[in-house]
Write a protein that binds this ligand. Structure first.
Ligand code: ADP
Length: 368
């Protein structure tokens, strides 16, 4: 009987619970034992029944609609070191786990991929030190890892949507709808800061859905014009045609043509100084992560959780670890290593302000 564990890791995202529920129930339905690793990789490093829990069908009752992640998530420094991963390996074997499904962002999936790659050497060490028996060694020689992407930013290459992104977008849109009413009443301008350090998807989509006047994102601006000039020209035009409210959306990681960071405060100052608008800043913060998942995320997480279990059961020792994604409305299996590599290299290029490099990587992803 296979023993399949599920874990949520990194930043929480609405829909993670739906994914956990789908994995647990699909595993049980397929005749396997289901486990949950509590508190992300921290639970693996600590081990024991408190952190690696056997899950029954009823244990995930209500998970479909719950926001956040009920099995906990954490940022775990110990797992970044080999010694931490060695403990994780031992604790998984102690619990009898032979497959791990991770729902998390690119950091968590990088960790998962590293764990898989290192597994043969970790388990060899445990055998040599006598921490596991030869029988355990034989049974656990191969670790099956499978990733599903839980991230509100929609920032994973090769998948169209990540679990949580549409819920977060919905929350942002609701918040901006509230702001709209007061902006309109007082004829004010609002600068709304949304999440997204490397990826402007939330800002861009919220801008379209909420009729924003101007949007600032971390990707290289498409116009060569100075953003201050362009924003004032556009907002000024909207104002002179009789619009009483102004909404400017700024992603956390927004940048200028010269690749300098743009803060919400800076945007506000420009609207006040150049256009004389009564301007307020609203930072949406963690509200963007909260609440229940929208229907799309519940469905996405459920289909992906089931597919993750199928992928584990169909894998052979030679199958590369899959990432469950969605492409053109189809749930697909993608090579985890590739998806993580492209995502990381785009993020690294943006971090180094190598935008042409980042765009080339992204384009290569699209054409492949
Ligand atoms: P996210 O998954 O949302 O991107 P993080 O980047 O914080 O969030 O990653 C979550 C956890 O995954 C980290 O706390 C760490 O335990 C693990 N992790 C991330 N990157 C690595 C890595 N390069 N090696 C090993 N573990 C990692």
């Amino acid at each position: 009987k296979r023993n399949i564990a599920v874990m949520t890791s990194g930043g929480d995202a609405p829909g993670m619970n739906a994914c956990v529920r789908a994995v647990v129930r699909a595993a049980i339905y397929k005749g396997c034992n289901a486990f949950a690793v509590m508190e992300g990789y921290e639970g693996l490093v600590r081990g024991g029944p408190e952190y690696i829990k056997k899950m029954a069908w009823q244990d995930v009752e209500g998970y479909l609609t719950d926001g956040g992640t009920n099995i906990g998530t954490a940022r775990c420094m110990a797992f970044r070191e080999r010694a931490g991963r060695l403990k994780g390996c031992k604790h998984m074997i102690d619990a009898g786990i032979d497959a791990l499904i991770v729902c998390g962002g690119d950091g968590s999936l990088t960790g998962a991929d590293l764990f898989r790659a290192e597994w043969p050497s970790l388990i060899q060490d445990l055998k040599e030190s006598g921490d596991i028996t030869p029988e355990q060694y034989e049974r656990h020689k191969h670790l099956n890892i499978c990733g599903t992407v839980g991230s509100i930013d929609n920032d994973m290459a090769t998948t169209d949507a990540t679990i949580g992104a549409y819920s977060s977008l919905d929350r942002i849109c609701k918040a901006i709808d509230y702001i709209d009413a007061t902006a309109n009443s007082h004829s004010r301008a609002f600068v709304v800061e949304v999440m997204g350090r490397h990826c402007g998807w939330l800002a861009l989509m919220a801008g379209i859905a909420c009729n924003a006047d101007y949007i600032l994102i971390p990707e290289k601006p498409s116009s060569s014009k100075d953003w201050k000039e362009q924003m004032c020209e556009i907002v000024g035009k909207h104002r002179s045609s009789g619009k009483r409210k102004t909404i400017v959306i700024v992603a956390e990681g927004a940048i200028t043509n010269d690749l300098e960071h743009i803060s919400a405060k800076e945007v506000k100052d420009v609207l006040v100084d150049r256009l004389g608008l009564d301007t307020r800043v609203t930072t949406l913060g963690h509200v963007q992560r909260g609440g229940t998942a929208v229907a799309f995320d519940r469905v996405l997480a459920t289909l992906q959780g089931v597919e993750a279990v199928n992928a584990i059961l169909e894998s052979t020792p030679d199958t590369p670890s899959p990432l469950i994604g969605i492409e053109e409305n189809q749930i697909v299996r993608l090579p985890l290593v590739e998806a993580v590599r492209i995502t990381k290299s785009v993020a690294d290029a943006i971090e180094k302000k190598d935008f042409d490099g980042a765009m080339a990587l992204r384009d290569a992803d699209f054409t492949e």
